[in-house]
Design a protein around this ligand. Structure first.
Ligand code: PLP
Length: 425
């Protein structure tokens, strides 16, 4: 490589990398700094550990996976079968088939009061992919990204893998962990480029009110921040606070926001990998370009199934939410009755996020609980109950339990959890 090009290329890397010679970099590790900076997903790691124990014949009660336990509805599956029969098994346009982009634009209008042209919609391989694309489209190395904490475990890792810097802004536990606009504003520096906003929140179940969203939108507009709004749990709300898309609050915030959503949680389609995003044309063109040069289109058959999901009957969703709500009431009541655990009641999504730090320092036989990972290990080893340590969500004082599981599993799991906690010395 010519020296001028090399110097130019190296400028985009952190100082510590720039000062290494290329051969020193190669000798250290074949793995890029970018890949080394990224942590494994704690949720997937715990789900896999639970699956391994199950394969060994143990009855593991799992509260670790973040996915609905309902079957994908029949009419959606049928649309996939028909798509295959019709031979829709080839590449599609990279940003998705026109019928799906149109259906998503209609969905945004119907459910969220958002007016996007189909050309502003990109269909991706899940919301995870849509968020990653949006980060790649918006972030340069060393840009700062505000992440309300506790957060969905993938945000900081995705930000790091673009070379940008995650800046965690802690929500107060008394306010259901919701981050106040003034705290976001206090974290803004000249390098802050973007805010990732999520509501309902994974892992806390908090739902932001209109007033809270308006205050956050005001900060974003006044401080010139771009916003990615992750709304994958929009349909799963229980209380009196409805879901509101931040981009719907006015033209100024709409012009600064990429709204992301997915078929995964709403239609129980986690394995189909259909997510979508919409936003200002310039950003969506960049998103489309990145996708076209990386994954190309999401699975063609799943796209036809997603059209059926958006255009078909929606009434079953309310039935599922009513069932989640019953499970929430039971798991919250059971967790609150266990000495040493405390939690705020989730208003949305399907997670409970109890504080367990009062148990740190206690022992089970020779094992001393030191942190959330220690607590999760103990529950898995002694109770065969899989939960996810809060550490991976930015709070080591908590554990996360998904109640997208049967009532029977919840009752049995809570019996075992309570037994383990009561046995602590
Ligand atoms: C907050 C949040 N955003 C995005 C995703 C990714 O969803 P998808 O299956 O559409 O990639 C998840 C999945 O757990 C999530 O909890």
């Amino acid at each position: 490589m010519k020296r001028t090009y090399f110097v130019e290329a190296m400028r985009s890397f952190p100082y510590s990398v720039r000062t290494m010679t290329p051969s020193a970099m190669k000798e250290r590790s074949p793995i890029s700094r970018r890949a080394r900076a990224v942590e494994e997903s704690v949720t997937l790691a715990m789900t896999e550990r639970a699956a391994r124990l199950r394969a060994e014949g143990m009855e593991v009660l799992s509260f670790s996976a973040g996915e609905p336990d309902f079957e994908t509805p029949e009419h959606i599956k049928q649309a996939a079968v028909e798509a295959m029969a019709k031979g829709y098994t080839r590449y599609t346009p990279s940003s998705g088939i026109p019928a799906l982009r149109k259906a998503v634009a209609a969905k945004f209008r119907r459910d969220n009061g958002l007016d996007y042209e189909p050309a502003q919609v990109v269909i991706s391989c899940g919301a995870k992919h849509a968020i990653f694309n949006a980060f790649l489209a918006l972030l340069d190395p060393r840009d700062e990204v505000l992440i309300p904490s506790p957060y969905w475990t993938s945000y900081p890792e995705m930000v790091k893998s673009t070379g940008a810097k995650p800046v965690l802004v802690r929500g107060s536990e008394e306010a259901s962990f919701k981050v106040a606009a003034k705290d976001l504003e206090a974290a803004v520096t000249p390098k802050t480029k973007l805010l990732i906003h999520c509501s309902p929140v994974n892992p806390t179940g908090a739902v932001y009110s209109r007033a809270e969203l308006e205050a956050i939108a005001k900060v974003a507009v006044e401080r010139g921040l771009w916003v990615i709004s992750d709304e994958v749990y929009e349909k799963i709300v229980y209380g009196s606070t409805p879901h509101i898309s931040i981009a719907s609050l006015g033209p100024e915030i709409r012009e600064r926001t990429v709204t992301v959503n997915s078929c995964s949680k709403t239609y129980s389609m986690t394995g189909w990998r259909i997510g979508y995003s919409a936003g200002p044309p310039e950003i969506m063109e960049a998103v489309a370009k990145i996708q076209s040069q990386s994954t190309s289109n999401p699975n063609s058959i799943a796209q036809y199934a997603a059209v059926a999901a958006f255009e078909g009957d929606q009434s079953f969703v309310a039935g599922w939410v009513a069932e989640y709500s019953r499970r929430r009431d039971v798991i919250v009541q059971r967790l609150q009755a266990i000495p040493g655990l405390s939690l705020s009641v989730p208003e949305g999504a399907f997670y409970a996020f109890p504080r367990v730090s009062a148990l740190f320092g206690r022992r089970h036989g020779k094992k001393k609980i030191r942190n959330s990972a220690g607590m999760a290990d103990l529950l898995l080893d002694e109770g065969h109950v899989a939960v996810v340590p809060g550490e991976g969500f930015g709070s080591d004082a908590h554990i996360r339990l998904s109640y997208a599981t049967s009532m029977d599993c919840i009752q049995k799991g809570m019996d075992r959890l309570e037994e383990v906690v009561r046995s602590l010395a």
